[in-house]
Design a protein around this ligand. Structure first.
Ligand SMILES: NC(=O)c1ccc[n+]([C@@H]2O[C@H](COP(=O)([O-])OP(=O)(O)OC[C@H]3O[C@@H](n4cnc5c(N)ncnc54)[C@H](OP(=O)(O)O)[C@@H]3O)[C@@H](O)[C@H]2O)c1
Length: 322
């Protein structure tokens, strides 16, 4: 990795939760030349702007962590924007990276690429074996196209141009920089806000939607960034040993899942809320279990480092200092 420290590394989406964690990780490892642009400075859906940026800056490596991201409500309300903007961002960045001689690129996808009824834990070979969850199908289709674009460029331009574009599929992420919006946030930031407010109000009870029994997996975002940098720097023979040219993506999970009830207790503990936690089974539960098979990444030599309660404490600190 040391020979890479002076390479010019473009992190697309550096103000987002994942992109900012990738920048933190690269800086902590001593990378000297990290290139960033805000959305206002460079709209990645704009082909001409992206072409000019790559032609001018000529980065050596690219982390593609820019995307239009949102929860069920946003995905359901703006499906056109989700498919258009994500396809445009990734087509522009991947193609201009190729045209401008970038050999190494890492594309960030999501576990929603897998079929709704994929066997658990979800392994990489579940891709394209069944119907997707309808609420985020447009987003997932864009992400699948991103994986296939990287693979297709590797297959066509790998030998001739040295192109080596890789993809990682994170499980649910949490950590600093998360969105704590009262209505639009994911489960961990939503629970952090609710337990924090209950603690301040000395509330004797927090009611959680559903039965508390569904199982979910959560990975701390700095672990995700560490995995991204790890996968980017794997030598090609090692990477090839665990992937196939037409099935090259790599799951990034925590390794264990927890019930929503266990998660709620862990959040309460991290925050110091001592009241009761109860459940409202009249509200929907969602899928009984969503869990990634991270065996491929584990065999390549990476496992998660940040335990759930520790990650929750760090995230709570981020929440109260915002
Ligand atoms: N968070 C999770 O739990 C999770 C789980 C699995 C996978 N992922 C993946 O990880 C990646 C990053 O997610 P995240 O959670 O870090 O999202 P995020 O916090 O919303 O960050 C995305 C970033 O991309 C930027 N962006 C979006 N559209 C852009 C455009 N047209 N031009 C320039 N910049 C643009 C955003 O800027 P603005 O805010 O200014 O628009 C934002 O800084 C995504 O590919 C996502 O699918 C995330």
């Amino acid at each position: 990795m040391s020979k890479d420290l002076y390479q010019k590394i473009y992190v697309a989406g550096h103000r987002g939760m994942v992109g900012s964690a990738i920048v933190r990780n690269l800086q902590s490892k001593g990378f000297k030349n990290i290139l960033t642009r805000t959305h206002a400075e460079l709209d990645l859906t704009n082909q001409a702007q992206v072409a000019e940026f790559f032609a001018t800056e000529k980065p050596d490596q690219v982390y593609l962590a820019a995307a239009k991201v949102g929860g069920i409500h946003a995905n359901n309300t703006y499906p056109g924007q989700f498919i258009y903007e994500n396809l445009m961002v990734q087509n522009n960045v991947i193609h201009q990276a190729f045209l401008n001689g970038v050999k190494k690129l890492l594309f960030l996808g999501s576990s929603c690429i897998y079929p709704k009824l994929a066997p658990q834990p979800m392994s990489e070979d579940a891709l394209l074996t069944g119907k997707l969850e309808p609420t985020n199908e447009p987003y997932a289709i864009a992400k699948i196209a991103g994986i296939k674009m990287c693979e297709s460029y590797n297959r066509q331009y790998g030998q001739s141009h040295g192109v080596d574009y890789r993809s990682v599929m994170p499980t649910n992420l949490y950590g600093p920089g998360d969105n704590y919006h009262p209505e639009n946030s994911h489960v961990i930031p939503a629970l952090i806000r609710r337990f924090h407010e209950a603690k301040l109000a000395n509330a004797h009870e927090v009611v959680i939607w559903g039965t508390g029994t569904p199982r979910r997996e959560f990975l701390y975002v700095d672990d995700m960034a560490a995995a991204s940098v790890f996968v980017m720097h794997l030598d090609k023979a090692t990477y090839d040993s665990q992937t196939d040219p037409m099935q090259s993506h790599i799951n990034v999970g925590y390794g264990l899942d927890v019930t929503i009830a266990e998660l709620a207790s862990a959040v309460a503990k991290a925050i110091g809320y001592q009241g009761n936690i109860t459940f409202d089974p009249s509200k929907p539960d969602g899928a009984p279990r969503k869990w990634m098979d991270s065996g491929r990444l584990n065999r390549l030599g990476w496992t998660s480092q940040v335990e759930l309660v520790d990650g929750l404490k760090r995230t709570y600190l981020d929440f109260i200092t915002q």
